[in-house]
Each structure stands twice: as C-alpha cells, then as structure tokens.
Write a protein that binds this ligand. Structure first.
Ligand SMILES: Nc1nc2c(ncn2[C@@H]2O[C@H](COP(=O)(O)OP(=O)(O)OP(=O)(O)O)[C@@H](O)[C@H]2O)c(=O)[nH]1
Ligand SMILES: [K+]
Ligand SMILES: [Mg+2]
Length: 364
C-alpha cells in the first residue's frame, strides 16, 4: 500500500470513529499515524515507490495551467471555484498532497488546471514535495503563482528563486543567441548588436568552464552572462507566469491597489469571488491560444465551433486537428483574417495561422 492510500485509510477510519472517552486513545494514535505519514510524504524520500505518487496526471484539453504557491494561499479553493472538480481546502497547511486536475471551460477551450501541494523554501532541493510539484510546473503552458495578499512579497521572491534554480524562466523569452558546439576550429564569436553585458573574453571563459573549446557563438541580442549560460546548459523552460494575489478581502484598499499595479499581477478573493472574471481574461491572454474557424465552400463559417491551437500553428496543424489524413489529401487552403494580405488568400500547409482566422480547405 502506498503512503497516500494509507493516509486515506486512516482518514476514513477517523471519520467513522465516534468521538468519546473510550475511543480517545485510538483516535489519538490514528492522528499520530496520520501526521507521521504526512511528514513522510513531505520529506524527501529515498525509496522510489513514493516518488511521483499521485503526480502523473495525463495532459488533456487545449492547454495546461499549474497552480504554484505556498501552503494555504487558496490554491484548492480556487480550483474548486473555477472547475467542476472539488479539491479539499482547509485552514491547515499541506491539505493537498497530490496533483488534482480540473477543467476550466472558457471561450470554447478546455484549459486543464492543476491544483498542487504547497511548496516552501528549499523545494527545489527536495524539501516537501517540491521536486514533484516543480516537475509538474515544467509541463505547464502557464504557471499561476498564487500568493497570499496578507503575507508580503517575500513569498513571491522565494518561489521565483526556487523555480529559477531548476531552470524555469518566468516571463522571459529564450535568449536570441546562436550556439553550436563543434569538433574543432576553436571558438568563433560574433554579434549583430552592441554588447554591454558580455564580451568575447567572458564568453570564452564561460565556455572553458563548461569544457567547451570549439563552438560557434552568435549574439543577436544584448544578453547577460546568465542568459548565455542558460543557452549552453540548455534544458531551460521559458514560461509565462501570472502572479495572483488572493485573499484581498483581508487587506486595505490602498494595498489592493498597490498589488494590482505590479506587472503580471492580478488581485482576487476566492472567498468573496472578487475579480475572477478578470483573472480568466488575463489567463487567456497569457495562454495565447489561437482560435481558428472552419468554413465549407459556399457556406458561412462555423463560429460556434473553434479549433483551438497554440500560437504559431500552421495550416498543417489545422488539418491534423480536423482529420488525421487531411494533410495528405490537401491541395490548398483559402484563409480570411489577419494572417493574410488578401481575404481570402490561397495558402499552403506551412502558412502560419492567426487568432480568429477563417479557413476553407480544398482537397486534391
Ligand atoms: N479570507 C480568505 N480566505 C481564503 C480565501 N481563499 C481561500 N481562503 C482560505 O484559506 C485557507 C486555505 O485554503 P486552501 O484552498 O486549502 O489553500 P491551499 O493553497 O490549497 O493549501 P495547501 O493545499 O495546504 O497548500 C482555507 O481556510 C480557505 O477557506 C480568500 O479569498 N479569502
Ligand atoms: K490549506
Ligand atoms: Mg490545497
């Protein structure tokens, strides 16, 4: 039996045990066991069995959003409010022990929302269930960092540090540096812009530190040494992050105003259901999904049923979404919308679609 199952067994037993003088010890023992198992879950464990227990949630829907935050900031309350899934919420820390998926239906898209255990300082080193939570965060399209508006900004910078330390880059784009290790020829260094933070010398020093003596490097942007290191190391994920300050019912109007003005931030109250619509709008923007409408020849476009794709999706992606074999029968497509110069315009499979384009596909 896994730890989670043991925990749920004990919880059930506590629930069905009557509280009286005779059961006092029994209940006490059960609660002690429960605390022990919870502590075990929260400690980095050496055994492989409990490693990812309860965290392997299938990706589903059009996009995935992970809820990251300290314990008891209101992540589960939020999931239960926004989706039809109920996730237990309580005033004690570490109520949630696994990954709980729910679905937000918005503008015709299914957005998978993942409730996760609270993480704390040291999470990246394996404190609590930090590692598992961070592993899930890496698979998301957007991170919602939920913060307790009553707690000050220290939580935010702590969490940012944790995520940074495992190679997650929030609200940053991939550095525009071309980097290619070679078999020989030394290091060739070039830049298309004036560099104020890196020099050829520094780049060479960094490369030597990584035991790279032959490579081609081209800076197309004025990047910092840290950004260059990110490029060498690879394996970084660049992810939009929305900072959500919850529990604004507990703070002054002035404080609400201050938080709301921070970049990439939204203020809400799950308790009072405040500003949740605005949060959804922001989330939609951060997900940057593209809605495509299809149209049959001689008919009006079907605006009731959008095809939802990632930003930058091509006509080929649209074909795959409609039918597996459509791309192989494809002759050309007619597209109306902002992605074309003329409306309609005849395009091929590689044409990049834009939000709210209409497409008519012509088969061979
Ligand atoms: N005042 C106030 N309390 C809230 C609000 N949202 C949630 N809470 C309370 O905050 C407590 C923690 O909520 P949870 O949803 O369990 O928090 P969590 O982040 O999932 O916590 P863990 O799973 O333990 O990490 C509960 O007592 C909630 O009722 C809010 O907007 N205002
Ligand atoms: K809680
Ligand atoms: Mg929770």
């Amino acid at each position: 039996m896994g730890i989670l199952e043991k925990i749920s067994e004990i919880e059930k037993e506590i629930a069905r045990t009557q509280k009286n003088k005779a059961t006092e010890y029994h209940l006490g023992l059960l609660k002690a066991k429960l605390a022990k198992y919870r502590a075990q879950l929260l400690e980095p464990s050496k055994s492989a069995s409990s490693k990812g227990e309860g965290f392997d949630v299938m990706k589903s829907g059009d996009a995935r959003v992970a809820l990251i935050g300290f314990p008891s900031v209101g992540k589960s309350t939020f999931l239960s409010l926004m989706t039809s899934t109920a996730s237990e919420a309580a005033s004690y820390e570490f109520t949630t022990l696994t990954c709980i998926p729910g679905v937000i239906e918005y503008k015709g898209a299914n957005i998978q929302l993942l409730d996760l255990p609270g993480i704390i300082e040291g999470a990246a080193q394996g404190r609590g269930r930090g590692r598992q939570v961070i592993a899930v965060a890496r698979t998301a399209d957007v991170v919602v960092m939920m913060l307790d508006a009553t707690k000050g900004d220290v939580q935010r910078s702590l969490l940012e540090k944790e995520l940074e330390s495992v190679g997650i880059r929030l609200n940053k784009h991939k550095p525009n540096i071309y980097f290619k290790p070679k078999k020989g020829g030394g290091i060739s260094f070039n830049s298309t812009v004036t560099l104020t933070q890196c020099s050829e010398k520094l780049v060479q020093l960094i490369l030597h530190e990584y035991k790279i003596f032959n490579a081609e490097v081209l800076f197309r942007e004025d990047c910092s040494p840290d950004e260059f290191i990110d490029v060498i190391v690879g394996n970084r994920v660049y992810m939009p992050c929305l900072y959500v300050y919850n529990k604004i019912d507990q703070i002054s109007m002035e404080e609400v105003d201050r938080l709301a003005r921070k970049p990439n931030s939204v203020v809400i109250s799950c308790g009072m259901k405040l500003n949740l619509d605005y949060l959804l709008e922001m989330l939609w923007e951060y997900l940057a999904l593209t809605c495509i409408y299809t149209k049959k020849r001689g008919q009006r476009p079907d605006f009731s049923d959008a095809i939802i794709l990632r930003k930058g999706a091509s006509v080929e992606h649209v074909c795959h979404r409609i039918h597996r074999s459509l791309a192989s029968q494809f002759k050309y497509a007619l597209v109306w919308g902002t992605s074309t110069k003329y409306s309609p315009q005849r395009v091929g499979l590689t044409h990049t679609m834009e939000h709210e384009d209409v497409i008519q596909i012509v088969k061979k």
